[in-house]
Design a protein around this ligand. Structure first.
Ligand code: MG
Length: 369
């Protein structure tokens, strides 16, 4: 099978809640998602998606996805999309860095591999462990009372795992964590995600003030070294996210016992191929994972479900159903959450078909010849 055409479409994804806010006054009201379509000489089409969390979360942005695809795409015409390891090596030779640009292509190639073999992507990733996987709900940064009310609302919808956006004023963050934990039941999971928003002294004050609670601390500071400095002085379970942006940082963090849980995001690592490598390393070292992406719609939600269901349940901390946060569907057939859990449908590939009416004209169109 050979790639004959690559097209990319821009789809705006407004939020059900109107906006999504996190540390440092950052926020997004409408997500800029790119749907990637890979055509082949055998008539099969593969679908992928890339959706940065605005331009100021990771070194990635919506127009950057499309610009990168226009640069990289011509090199991929004629490549075998089902040979995902050689294809990823080739993408790295043609465009240094920019893993998020490659993520949508890689996702579409796994979709094609599944369609070519008649297997769900989860089977290609190693096989399905469980019927469904647990979701977490991210709670946008607000006043403590509002965040507690939102947690109560989402808990009534079936979620049992919550990620609070903190990383603001440390005293306010202590109240946020305390008020939310108070309304949760034993067994419910609470993560306080600072999204790099604290300096070390602030992180240590917060961690000390909530040390009596059942709560995880996530990515308190900007750099790995700062986070490690906090980690060494708290007994609370520790999550790393932004600073683990590849396999080498992951290996360092594992060897230095810098975290108990890591958040693996598809586009942060550059696609399913690289996420699978990171996932399997985490399994081998007893690290739990949240499997997700920076953001996304239906195609990314489906990819997350396939990755999560092929991950050993004891290592899967949680995953995300981004398609329930946004008001527009960019594909049909994606899994939808039920009682705070997600499960794939037994179809070849990712099991989704783009909602073509929502896509408009392609922003990138690279054709053989
Ligand atoms: Mg995070």
């Amino acid at each position: 099978m050979k790639i004959t055409r690559i097209t990319a479409y821009r789809v705006e994804l407004p939020l059900v809640e109107g906006d999504y806010k996190w540390s440092g006054g950052k926020g997004v009201t409408t997500f800029d998602s790119t749907v990637v379509v890979v055509d082949t000489d055998e008539g099969l089409q593969g679908f992928g998606e890339v959706c940065p969390l605005g331009p100021f979360y990771l070194p990635a942005y919506g127009d950057g996805v499309r610009t990168g695809l226009a640069e990289l795409g011509p090199h991929l015409i004629g490549c075998d999309p089902t040979a995902v390891l050689p294809l990823n090596d080739w993408m790295d030779r043609c465009l240094k860095g920019h893993p998020y640009v490659k993520s949508g292509i890689d996702m579409a190639c796994w979709d094609l591999w599944g369609k070519a073999t008649g297997l769900p992507v989860a089977s290609l990733l190693g096989g399905v462990y469980t019927e469904s996987v647990p979701l977490y709900r991210a709670i946008s940064q607000e006043e403590p009372e509002k965040m507690a009310a939102k947690v109560a609302g989402y808990r009534s919808e079936g979620y049992r795992r919550f990620q609070l956006k903190v990383g603001g004023d440390p005293d306010m963050d202590i109240l946020r964590i305390r008020q939310v934990r108070e309304i949760l039941e034993p067994g419910d999971v609470l993560v306080a995600d600072a999204n790099t928003g604290w300096l070390r002294h602030q992180a240590l004050r917060v961690a000390g003030a909530v040390a009596d609670l059942d709560v995880y601390i996530e990515q308190p500071c900007l750099t790995y070294e700062e986070c490690l400095g906090v980690r060494e002085h708290t007994t609370l379970p520790f999550v790393l996210d932004e600073c683990v942006d590849g396999v080498n940082p992951l290996l360092r963090a594992i060897s230095e016992r810098a975290m108990d849980v890591v958040n693996l995001k598809i586009s942060k690592l550059g696609g399913l191929t690289r996420l699978k490598l990171a996932r399997d390393l985490c399994v081998a070292h007893g690290i739990a994972m949240t499997i997700e992406d920076s953001w996304g719609g239906d195609i990314i939600t489906s990819a997350i479900a396939h990755l999560a269901q092929s991950t050993p349940p004891q290592n899967l901390f949680s995953c995300t159903d981004f398609n329930s946060y946004v008001t527009r569907r960019n594909a049909l057939g994606a899994p939808r959450r039920q009682e705070g859990r997600l499960s794939i449908l037994p179809r070849p590939g990712l099991g989704v078909e783009p909602a073509w009416d929502e896509l408009g004209d392609p922003m990138v169109d690279i054709v053989a010849g």
